[in-house]
Design a protein around this ligand. Structure first.
Ligand code: MEV
Length: 330
């Protein structure tokens, strides 16, 4: 499988909902957490980057007098017949319709998403954001960023239990963000950064991963709290490194974060071997990204050319697919 580029400048991944007559469309992009996953659940800061080339799209139209229907890769049918995995979409749609102040309406919703599910890339948050933006377009309504966040968090709560909220901000914000305690701010990038994302091929449940870390922390707080504190320090230091464009420092911190996440029990042998393969192929650093227990590894390259080599090495090490993304200078 090819290494796909995520730097497509024609991506409209962060376009607001757009309306025409009685139909509308909403888009949202995927995200990768560079630092701070899991620690963020306990109030620590985290750092996420947008993946503009991987998008979710929602198209919506009114269908008065007919039951609300959803069409997606996972399911096609009426909302009442939707299986449990569609719960977040149904919750997001309902919340968005209600938040316009006009109540529930009968609609037909079509979802297309290029974001792989269960890979730590914010697929559920991106779909909910695209749906909310489509609803806004349909109703010629504007959700400010906080209203949008609240809607997406309702969907995320169904998807993951008690999400920190980072995914909901990250998939809706076109720039890299620092997130802490429910608030997001954009991060300055002093030098472009090229990353290769490698899919482990395994689904990782965020809810399960978060519950595992919580259980570990409850059983050994004096061991786990310092690890969470160290992950927080790595995030803050990396924000400075990114401002200064210090790739070596960022890479070193990625490797340390991966070791800590492994100790927290959210890595897997496959994720570990992909991190090793990336470093053996010359990556400045690599780590799992997102909830873990499957999902993806993120590797920092020196250049677009080196990213190709890293992607080849990661696929040779067993990754079924890779993507390359550039975080632009701001
Ligand atoms: C998931 O993308 C990030 C986690 O920290 C969970 C959360 O923040 O809700 C693992």
């Amino acid at each position: 499988m090819h290494n796909s580029s995520l730097t497509d400048p024609s991506s409209t991944a962060h376009t607001r909902g757009e309306a025409s007559a009685d139909t509308a469309q909403g888009l949202a992009h995927a995200k990768a957490i560079l630092f701070g996953e899991h620690a963020v659940v306990y109030g620590s800061p985290a750092f996420a980057v947008p993946l503009h080339g991987l998008a979710a799209q929602a198209d919506i139209r009114y269908s008065p007098g007919r039951e609300t229907r959803i069409e997606s890769q996972l399911f096609a049918g009426t909302v009442l017949a939707a299986p449990e995995p569609m719960g977040p979409v149904v919750a997001g749609l309902r919340a968005a319709l209600e938040a316009t102040g006009e109540g529930i309406a009968e609609v037909e919703l079509t979802i297309r998403s290029a974001i792989p599910h269960g890979r730590g890339l914010g697929s559920s948050a991106a779909v909910a954001t695209a749906v909310a933006r489509a609803v806004a377009g349909l109703r010629e309504h504007t959700f400010d960023e906080f209203a949008l966040h609240e809607i997406v968090q309702k969907a995320e709560t169904v998807a993951h239990g008690r999400p920190s909220g980072i995914d909901a901000w990250a998939v809706a914000t076109p720039a890299p963000i620092r997130f802490q305690g429910g608030r997001a701010t954009t991060i300055e990038v002093g030098r472009p950064l090229t990353f290769v994302l490698a899919d482990s091929g395994h689904h990782g449940s965020t809810a399960e991963a978060v519950a595992g870390v919580r259980a570990l922390r409850d059983s050994a707080p004096t061991t786990i709290d310092p690890m969470i504190a160290r992950l927080a320090e790595l995030t803050e230091s990396a924000i400075d490194d990114v401002r200064r464009g210090d790739r070596d420092a960022i890479g070193g911190r990625m490797l340390e974060a991966h070791r800590l996440l492994t100790e927290l029990g959210v890595s897997t042998p496959t994720l570990g071997s992909l991190v090793d393969a990336a470093t053996a192929a010359g990556a400045r650093g690599a780590k799992l990204t997102g909830g873990g227990l499957g999902g993806c590894v993120l590797a920092l390259a020196d250049s677009a050319e080196q990213a190709e080599e890293l992607a080849d090495a990661l696929r040779a090490a067993g990754a079924p697919r890779t993507w390359t993304t550039e975080v632009s200078r701001t």
